[in-house]
Design a protein around this ligand. Structure first.
Ligand code: HEM
Length: 407
């Protein structure tokens, strides 16, 4: 970890806090941790503060605690830009991550193009295939009486759905799983290598679909026009690579946190098995309690936020896991109420960059829980084991070992 950057002169000393999403208490990989819960006490402190040694690359960041303030930041893309160039910085590769790192108004042109591809109607058209995929994976585990959820179910399921979405054969699942494993869990070198492989794959797919159009996502993208001109190869690759990064780890992690909660709460399993109609609300509540994505921005100009001076170039973070436990928005915010109504959580963000895949993600989580509870009897965390949890840009859970009795 590099040395922390010095605190900039414009940051008042009383707003500086020793805090990190990467190395703070509960954030480092640990057995049986609760990384989202570890941040709940931020609501007892200042609504906005500066964390000098927050990021893995040595930069400090402003942290916005309150849900309402986060919404103000995320809505104001002119002041708080998404132009972070993640791939460019990680790989030295000039690839626009579309639409995540494009600011309005250009962002709107890409979003309106992509929205129909992940609309509720499109997602429902994939429902039967996705449900069959979940059922098949779980059927393969049921008689064993135990499994490691992330590698045996969550990732294979999310990758299968992604292949279905791209219109690629399921026979490529192992190959994609290998890339996903390195991309999300590898060393920094392995992550770089994996994402380069994904980019090379998307480049080939773009070239193929230009030569041989099909009825699939990439054909739609390469044939699309944006702002009155044809889509470039680079833009199409940037979209495909982003979907890989955005849609796999997030869904798998959410399944992991959901299943851990159920494994630790036998009564919740019983209730949802008896009343599967309650699963839709339960999934929302678990998204509220265990969201995984940290929203980050860069100040595009000097500005002031409730009297606090923020300078152009300052980093900003809006942790969904903190907003989702804001007592001003959620009664009894640290209690899980699987039947909570009007659950306006921000697990899928807010504003122009609100998650494009939220309809699909929601159905994946509901299908996963429904099919699991139908096929697997009372399950628990295997005694003597504890899952590995961690914070970061996407909070995660690994090595989640469950067992159950085989009848
Ligand atoms: C539980 C699963 C998921 C969670 C918690 C999640 C969360 C998020 C969040 C918080 C953002 C906003 C990031 C920001 O503003 O900086 C986002 C954006 C995005 N997500 Fe998701 N996501 C999930 C699943 C998916 C899936 C399955 C897909 C696609 C198949 C997807 C595609 C995207 C895309 C393309 C964006 C960028 C949208 C834009 O910039 O306009 N996500 N997601």
């Amino acid at each position: 970890m590099p040395n922390p950057a010095p605190v900039p002169d414009h940051v008042p000393p009383d707003l500086v806090r020793d805090f990190s999403y990467f190395t703070g208490p509960g954030m480092c990989p640990m057995r049986g941790g609760d990384p989202q819960g570890a941040l709940a006490d931020l609501h007892d402190g200042p609504p906005v503060f500066y964390a000098p040694n927050n990021t893995y690359d040595g930069y400090g960041t402003w942290v916005f605690v309150r849900a309402e303030d986060q919404r103000r930041v995320l809505q104001d893309a002119e002041t708080f830009s998404s132009h972070r160039r993640i791939f460019e910085k990680a790989l030295g590769y000039d690839l626009p991550t579309i639409p995540l790192e494009i600011d309005p108004p250009e962002h709107g042109a890409y979003r309106s193009l992509l929205n129909p591809l992940l609309s509720p109607k499109r997602v429902m058209a994939m429902e039967a295939a996705n449900r069959a995929r979940a059922a098949e994976l779980i059927d393969g585990l049921a008689a064993k009486g135990h499994c490691e959820v992330m590698t045996d179910f969550a990732f294979p399921f999310a990758v299968g759905v992604f292949l279905e979405f791209l219109g690629l054969p399921q026979s490529r699942r192992e190959e994609f799983l290998g890339w996903a494993d390195k991309q999300f869990h590898g060393t920094p070198e392995e992550r770089g290598e994996a994402i380069r492989t994904v980019i090379a794959f998307m480049e080939e797919l773009v070239a193929l679909r230009r030569r041989e159009p099909a009825e699939d996502f990439m054909t739609f993208v390469v044939e699309a026009r944006v702002g009155g001109r044809a889509m470039t190869d680079k833009e199409a690759v940037g979209m495909g690579a982003l979907l890989f990064v955005a849609g796999l780890d997030t869904v798998a992690a959410a399944i992991g946190f959901d299943f851990r909660y159920l494994a630790e709460n036998a009564d919740a399993q019983d209730r949802l098995r008896a009343d599967p109609g309650g699963i839709v609300l339960a999934v929302e509540e678990l998204l509220r309690m265990f969201p995984t994505v940290l929203m980050t921005r860069i100040a595009a100009c000097d500005t002031e936020f409730d009297g606090i001076a923020i300078k152009a170039g300052d980093r900003i973070s809006c942790p969904s896991m903190v907003a989702n436990r804001d007592p001003a928005e959620f009664p009894d915010p640290n209690r899980i109420d699987l039947a909570r109504e009007n659950n306006r959580h921000v697990a899928f963000a807010y504003g122009p960059h609100r998650c494009l895949g939220s309809h699909l993600a929601r159905r994946e989580l509901v299908i996963a829980m429904e099919e699991w509870l139908k096929r697997i009897p009372a399950f628990r965390i295997t005694p003597g084991t504890a899952p590995l949890t961690y914070g970061g840009h996407v909070f995660g859970i690994e090595d989640l070992r469950l067992d159950w009795e085989v009848g």
